[in-house]
Design a protein around this ligand. Structure first.
Ligand code: GLC
Length: 646
């Protein structure tokens, strides 16, 4: 830090300005809601105490009691049918092995809205003026200038990383004195906080990975165990309860006064399963990300005791059972409503969106790896294996498009009634949008966004494609082809800021009908073709997996030019990603963490293993037997009915 700051001060006109700022942890004085979930008690000012009479009274009203997350059996054996309400006996800050609250809350933050890291433009100016002044005219001198520029670049990048770490720590949320997550955005300039002061499950994933890669495991362990307790909460919306196993979209730590005791407060975890979210969207991706993070935690820390706990095993099973439950589906893909993932409002992605399928596949593989082999789980294992095969077959066969496939679709016959139909989903060739004819490169391809009867969603959805590479849902060739397409379409998908959430934007009548005239999702903004820096980390994992890290490096360099100076926005607007998003939060935590994870992984590509799934040879064999039995190669009905047990 010292070295990098010194270099910055010499070469930049904008000297870094650092000051200490205490944003504090989130706390609110709002009254304890009857649906509040996990509780601990602390004395105002002096730390944490044991049970209080008032709380004990309340305990008897609600009739619950369980051990703290560290007990290891609250989920399964001890608590039996999983309790509605959880109480943790608080341990003081000193008892946590990792960071203290104070460590986390003190940070250097921008002064008067100015970032403490100078923008890269300042360096470019400095470099240019050196040349103009004739300082480095000869070859030797240009070599010297090259070395200096390299040093400046490195120092600049290090300085951004340092700022990012400070900001990430400033976003940490504490529960009973222990870190358990990071808030979505730490944007004090925003007048409407909405729910950005909450810990979102999906938003915490890059934060968690960054902490894991840094060797700070406590926060991730706490997050995993506390969110697991929330899973059991009985959630209702207008008298209806979604399935058990659902993980919340987000939660909040409330510090509330303790009944009848002015000198004490209690921390309460208050989850939102979508019943308060804008549009009341169900967070299908939360549980899937939770499983992925749990596996990464075990792989990175070497501590397998968390995934082996009875309550954690039960939690994994509940999530998977919820996903594998029978419904009316004809397809192995998961059927969900609009807004059930990162795109959490109406954007025409209801049905079988790719992002959910990639996370589902990944969670099935991670779950299979972590589930204890025991008699009671044989049925689940069988269902899981069958689903893995069917899902990968379905996506690889029917979601894939490239020039060749597009040409096939262009010449499709329609209205085929038979088991052996080639155009199974009755896609009308006129659906091929004009933009796609231009967009599809000769080399490369991608997985479409969604597939329904008579409807192929041709928009390119980044997270779904990137995670299909990471999870092995896409074949090796398809994975390379997706990266080929990203390289070929850099100007469209990256332009000035990585990475477009989807391409292209919905415009005009289409925007009106599909988004419901959503003013936040106007063309090339937010979910509708906006550019999201957080996607850098998924891009980096995918590139490292395919041994093509240079693509991610290029994207990270591009982001570094602006991201800190722009105060770490949530997203950028316009086709080129040139403007900070109209309603974008600043100091968005997953923009910060996404950048950090990308940097950490590029510096140590081997570490990407904690996230990557490898191709399973048994699955491949089963898959190839299905491919050769494909109706396009005259598959009969009997083969379709076969059940595959791996
Ligand atoms: C927005 C994003 C969602 C994210 C949330 C909090 O709603 O669409 O994916 O989790 O903000 O950052």
């Amino acid at each position: 830090m010292v070295a990098s700051k010194a270099v910055l001060q010499v070469f930049s006109r904008a000297s870094p300005c650092v000051y200490s700022y205490d944003r504090g942890i989130y706390s609110s004085n709002s009254v304890l809601s009857p649906k509040s979930n996990v509780i601990c008690i602390k004395n105002k000012g002096i730390g944490y105490t044991k049970w209080h009479n008032g709380l004990q009274n309340r305990l008897s009203v609600y009739g619950f009691r369980c051990g703290e997350p560290g007990d290891g059996d609250s989920h399964g054996k001890t608590s039996g049918n999983r309790l509605k309400f959880f109480i943790c006996k608080c341990r003081g800050v000193e008892s946590t092995g990792g960071l203290t609250a104070d460590d986390g809350r003190r940070t250097s933050l921008p002064v008067n809205g100015k970032s403490s890291v100078p923008r890269s433009q300042d360096f470019e100016f400095t470099q240019q003026s050196k040349n103009e002044n004739g300082g480095f005219a000869s070859n030797d001198k240009s070599e010297a200038s090259g070395a200096i520029i390299d040093t400046i670049d490195k120092a600049y990048s290090t300085s951004i990383e340092e700022e990012a770490w400070d900001l990430l720590r400033a976003s940490m949320v504490y529960y009973c004195g222990n870190p358990i997550g990071t808030i979505a955005a730490n944007d004090l300039s925003s007048s409407t906080i909405l729910n950005y002061d909450q810990v979102f499950i999906r938003d915490f994933i890059p934060s968690g990975i960054a902490f894991l890669l840094k060797g700070e495991y406590d926060i991730v362990r706490n997050f995993i165990l506390h969110t697991l307790q929330l899973q059991s909460w009985e959630k209702t919306m207008d008298c209806y309860s979604p399935g058990q196993g659902l993980m919340p979209a987000s939660f909040k730590v409330r510090t509330v006064p303790l009944d009848g005791d002015d000198s004490a407060t209690e921390d309460v975890l208050d989850p939102d399963f979508g019943e308060a979210a804008i549009g009341r969207v169900a967070p299908v991706d939360s549980g899937l990300w939770w499983i992925i993070l749990l596996r990464a935690y075990g792989k990175c820390s070497g501590d397998l005791s968390v995934q082996e706990r009875v309550d954690v095993q039960t939690g994994i099973k509940m999530i998977l059972k919820l996903c594998l439950a029978d419904g009316f589906d004809m397809f192995p893909t998961l059927l969900v409503t609009d807004g059930s993932c990162m795109i959490d409002r109406r954007m025409g992605i209801h049905g079988h969106p790719l992002e959910i399928q990639a996370l589902f596949y990944s969670a099935l593989l991670c779950g299979r790896e972590m589930l204890a082999q025991e008699d009671g789980s044989a049925d689940l294992m069988r269902a899981l294996n069958n689903r893995l095969v069917a899902l990968s077959f379905h996506i690889r066969e029917y979601y894939w498009i490239d020039m060749k496939k597009l040409n096939e679709i262009y010449r499709y016959k329609t209205e085929e009634y038979s088991y052996d139909a080639v155009n199974k989903f009755n896609i009308y060739p006129d659906q091929i949008p004009p933009w796609l004819v231009q967009f599809m490169p000769d080399r490369g391809g991608y997985l479409i966004g969604n597939l329904q009867p008579a409807h192929m969603e041709f928009r390119f959805f980044s997270l779904g494609n990137l995670w299909s590479i990471v999870s092995c849902l896409a074949t090796l060739d398809q994975s390379h082809a997706i990266l080929d397409l990203i390289e070929a379409k850099w100007a469209e998908l990256v332009a000035d800021m990585p990475f477009k959430i989807c391409y292209p934007a919905l415009e005009g009548q289409e925007w009106r009908i599909i988004t419901g005239s959503d003013p936040k999702n106007t063309p090339w903004s937010y979910h509708n073709g906006g550019s999201w820096p957080t996607l850098l980390w998924q891009l980096t994992v995918a590139c490292i997996k395919m041994n093509r890290p240079e693509i991610a490096e290029k994207a990270v360099k591009l982001a570094e030019r602006r991201i800190s100076g722009d105060k770490w926005p949530e997203y950028y607007d316009t086709k080129q990603g040139r403007f900070i998003g109209k309603q974008s939060r600043l100091f968005q935590t997953w923009s910060i963490a996404g950048y950090l994870v990308a940097k950490l992984l590029l510096a140590n590509p081997n570490a990407a293993k904690i996230l990557v799934n490898e191709e399973d040879s048994e699955l491949v064999n089963t898959f190839s037997s299905m491919i050769s039995a494909n109706p396009r190669r005259n598959r009969g009905r009997k083969v379709l009915k076969r059940s595959f047990i791996v």
